[in-house]
Design a binder for this molecule. Structure first.
Ligand SMILES: [Cu+2]
Length: 118
């Protein structure tokens, strides 16, 4: 009796180890989907929305000009700089280092925003 139950426990343990090995071995897509790889900032009505965006390291941020006036996205610390974006034009930048990245519109310098990368 005792021997049989030990045997079942051993079998269960073997199955569990095998399952763990199988799930660890497959290059799962679930591991990297926990944090968003992209984020959006809308440029509209002379402002950035959200004005402060917090993202994880490695995130690509895309600004889209929803205004009917041209704007630019220029990093205060010269990390990135867009061309003049007309209506519905986009600019993307991938943040590979943690930090705070303030930016502004060079046409309307009172338009400011920042991206916090952590
Ligand atoms: Cu502007």
């Amino acid at each position: 009796m005792m021997r049989k139950s030990v045997c079942i426990v051993g079998l269960l343990a073997t199955v569990m180890v095998a399952t763990l090995l199988l799930s660890a071995g497959s290059p799962g897509s679930s591991a990297n989907t926990a944090e968003p790889a992209s984020a959006e900032v809308k440029v509209d009505n002379f402002s950035f929305g959200p004005a402060t965006l917090t993202v994880a390291v490695g995130t690509t941020v895309t600004w889209t000009n929803r205004d009917d006036i041209p704007h630019t996205i220029v990093s205060t610390d010269k990390v990135f700089k867009s061309k003049v974006l007309d209506t519905d034009e986009k600019f993307s930048f991938t943040f590979s280092k943690a930090g705070t990245y303030p930016y502004f519109c060079s046409i309307h310098p009172k338009m400011t925003g920042s991206v916090v990368v952590q």
